[in-house]
Design a protein around this ligand. Structure first.
Ligand SMILES: Cc1ncc(COP(=O)(O)O)c(C=O)c1O
Length: 397
């Protein structure tokens, strides 16, 4: 979906020619520091920490908030497997909760999953669609839970005027190739909490004890890992950030055009949104009465030469395909596996979130595309109408 052009190539060339590719040891004040300042300002947090991936960002955020052995973290049953994996990487136990018809975390089901061990909750803004953050933040307040937003698919999205990632205690963004903006692989932790930031900073750099910034840190340096961003990718991201507002405007306008044209179609409704203004508009989700209707619609569109798909077929975004989680292989060695260390038996099953499976199977995603010409958009809308009406008259018989 992203745009990648001459400006990114020029930014990368500039860094390569400077021979300063490392963010520290001469790179201080360079591309990574500047990207972090720009990203923090754009998201509206006191801090941003650039890292090597969204998974690294989630892991550093969870380490940052203090997740450890025995802590339960509620995650939705529909997300990329990186979300529960990051919980395990931090030593916690991912607890799966249903999504509702908005395809995002159902606050009521999340509440039913809270135990005395629950420490945090991760709302995931899937496909750039903002979660019901009012309900989730209220739930967290009521039960004393920490909130980490997984905004990996939602770079630049917002909820009621606040950028996604800035509403919880910490947030995580991804810049891998399939995200709104990209540098191939990359991510960022965002937070306004000094302690969370310092802990994430320490965890992301095995050399944290030796950096110039180690001196003023209030948090004692502990053993971390290496998720440091490099100057070439940060330079590319700085260009990408300048493209982000225009890119979102285009996608949102395209989605609005589709919604205006399709809003009265009787064959489907739109999955409810929690803030259409803040949606990144990567997809238009259509909700059908049942899974076979959705399946028939997909086949009909394919007959028209148009590729649309159901999120139920999106593989590892669906919890029932999360082998390492369901089979509780939580680490590379049994002695450090959070499932073995938590002191009780965690139970998962392929059918444990039936409403999630139902809503996913009833939904069809129509993608927005940055390079879609107006005539192509009109043809797409007409094709959706033709196929949906044909299916409807077919079932009515
Ligand atoms: C919802 C979600 N969370 C986390 C991630 C992890 O991001 P990355 O691939 O950059 O590690 C992704 C990436 O696909 C994602 O979609």
């Amino acid at each position: 979906m992203h745009i990648m052009g001459r400006e990114e190539a020029e930014a990368a060339r500039r860094v390569i020619e400077s021979k300063q590719l490392f963010r520290y040891r001469g790179g201080e004040g360079g591309e990574t520091d500047q990207f972090e300042a720009e990203w923090a300002q754009y998201i509206g947090t006191a801090h941003a920490l650039a890292v090597t991936s969204g998974t690294a960002a989630l892991t550093c955020a969870l380490v940052g908030i203090g997740i450890g052995p025995g802590d339960e973290v509620i995650v939705p049953a529909y997300t990329w497997i990186a979300t529960p994996m990051a919980v395990l990487a931090a030593g916690g136990i991912p607890i799966l909760a249903e999504v509702d018809d908005s395809l995002r975390l159902d606050p009521a089901d999340a509440e039913s999953k809270i135990t005395r061990r629950t420490k945090a909750i991760i709302p995931v803004h899937m496909c750039g669609l903002p979660c019901n953050m009012d309900a989730i933040l209220a739930l967290a307040r009521q039960h004393g839970l920490l909130v980490v937003e997984d905004a990996c698919q939602a770079d630049g999205g917002s909820y009621k005027g606040r950028r996604l990632g800035s509403l919880g205690l910490a947030g995580a963004h991804s810049f891998n190739q399939f995200k709104v903006i990209t540098c191939g692989e990359g991510g960022a932790v965002v937070t306004s909490d000094q302690r969370v930031y310092e802990r994430a900073l320490i965890h992301h750099d095995v050399g944290a004890a030796f950096r110039e910034h180690a001196e003023p840190l209030a948090e004692p340096v502990f053993a971390g890992l290496n998720f440091r961003m490099n100057e070439i990718l940060s330079a590319v991201l700085r260009v990408q950030l300048t493209r982000l507002p225009g890119l979102l405007d285009t996608l949102r306008a395209q989605k609005r055009t589709m919604m205006d044209a399709l809003k009265d179609e009787p064959a489907f409704t739109f999955n409810p949104g929690h803030d259409p203004e803040g949606d990144c508009a990567s997809v238009l989700p259509l909700l059908f009465e049942n899974a076979s209707f959705a399946r028939g619609f997909i086949r009909g569109m394919q007959d028209e030469g148009i590729d649309v798909g159901s999120p139920i077929d999106s593989g590892r975004h669906v919890y029932s395909n999360w082998g390492p989680i369901l089979e509780k292989r939580g680490a590379h060695h049994p002695a450090i596996d959070p499932f073995n260390r938590c002191g009780y038996v965690v139970a998962y099953a392929r059918d444990m979130c039936p409403r999630t499976l139902e809503y996913l199977a009833r939904t069809v995603y129509v993608d927005t595309r940055i390079d879609r010409a107006p005539a192509e958009l009109t043809e797409l809308i007409h094709a959706i109408q033709r196929v949906a009406r044909r299916k409807l008259s077919g079932t009515a018989k």
